[in-house]
Design a protein around this ligand. Structure first.
Ligand SMILES: Cc1cc2nc3c(=O)[nH]c(=O)nc-3n(C[C@H](O)[C@H](O)[C@H](O)COP(=O)(O)OP(=O)(O)OC[C@H]3O[C@@H](n4cnc5c(N)ncnc54)[C@H](O)[C@@H]3O)c2cc1C
Length: 307
């Protein structure tokens, strides 16, 4: 944990933050420390100097090792990459049906996904501001796919809330937003914000709350077709024997508050995730053995071996 000077090592500090407060907090900490901040990359790097026939041995065929191998090879070095695992990519990794994985304890699992389905157990997202990585993907022909980050129809689940019944994200969000908007509209109309917000802005604020919170004309959040438009219907319009839509019943604010599910609503809006939602890194086709893919720099003039 401590280095030779008795200070906590950076990696251990970040691991502790991650373990205690979750990955989002760790990412914030990394950003604050300057390790996850926006890239200042302005274009391909060009290493200077004359290697004079020098050889370089790189340990690890993760992104860092392979990037180093590519650049050093381009600069004229003889490069060899040694990789502990039987595959390149390091933490970048895709599991498909038929793949098998033996964990550190020796437990082996075989992935039973159907054809076409896959899971990236490591990184999924490339933030738009990871400019260097995106540039390498472009230059090396690595296929990228859109990444759907937020599915309003997906569930939020807390085993101690709602008798363990999962709740749709759209319902939790709409009900929370709606009832908070109703409260804020109430105090605005009671004049509680007179000191903080001008009269003119209060008018606009009320309009905004009505729109944002799906409130009715009396600034109330209710089971009606306005809220149903966002949280979902009990009976969707136009379907079944009757074409009349039936609104669904909102969850009470107290239940949402106690469920703590509101903690997860901002997950999807997190800067580091939100701005990353457009791409997912993935190599085209099935991953091939190390050295067999033209996209990995550890092919051709640089060699790459499993150790
Ligand atoms: C679950 C998870 C989710 C993540 N999500 C994202 C994300 O969405 N977006 C993002 O940008 N980043 C994400 N990351 C971070 C990202 O995966 C890493 O920053 C990146 O892969 C690090 O690359 P690397 O080459 O430095 O290290 P690694 O990928 O760890 O590669 C190191 C390689 O070195 C090998 N090795 C180690 N020691 C030796 C040795 N002595 N001899 C030979 N080989 C050795 C290892 O086997 C490995 O292949 C995520 C990470 C994890 C674990």
């Amino acid at each position: 944990m401590l280095d030779d000077n008795g200070a906590v090592r950076r990696r251990d500090l970040l691991s502790l933050i991650g373990a205690m407060a979750g990955s989002a907090a760790m990412y914030h900490a990394m950003t604050s420390l300057g390790f996850a901040s926006e890239s200042r990359y302005r274009g391909p790097i060009k290493l200077e100097g004359d290697p004079k026939g020098a050889s370089v041995l790189i340990l690890g065929a993760g992104l860092a090792g392979m990037t180093a191998a590519l650049e050093l090879r381009n600069a004229g070095y003889r490069v060899q990459v040694l990789e502990y695992n039987a595959r390149a990519g390091g933490r970048n990794w895709t599991l498909r049906g038929g793949d098998s994985l033996t964990e550190l304890g020796g437990f082996t699992q075989t992935c039973a996904f159907e054809q076409g389905l896959y899971l990236n157990p490591g990184p999924w997202r490339i933030p738009y501001h990871h400019r260097a990585l995106l540039d390498y993907c472009k230059r090396l022909g690595v296929a990228l796919e859109p990444f759907i980050q937020l599915n309003h129809n997906a569930f939020l689940h807390a085993s101690r809330a709602f008798d363990g019944v999962p709740q749709r994200i759209r319902a939790v969000r709409t009900d929370f937003q709606g009832q908070v908007s109703e409260l804020l509209a109430k105090v605005t109309k009671q004049g509680a914000l007179d000191e903080a917000v001008s009269r003119e802005d209060q008018e606009i604020l009320l309009q905004a709350l009505r729109s944002w919170g799906a409130l009715d004309r009396n600034y109330r959040y209710n089971a009606n077709l306005i809220s149903a438009e966002y949280r979902g219907y009990a009976e969707a319009p136009g379907g079944g024997l009757s074409s009349a839509a039936l609104p669904s019943e909102p969850v009470a604010l107290s239940d949402i508050l106690k469920s703590r599910l509101w903690r997860y609503l901002q997950n999807f809006a997190n800067y580091n995730f939100q701005t990353t939602t457009t791409r997912i890194r993935r190599f085209r086709g099935r991953p091939r053995p190390i050295g067999a893919s033209a996209r990995f720099p550890c092919r051709s003039s640089a060699s790459c071996r499993s150790t």
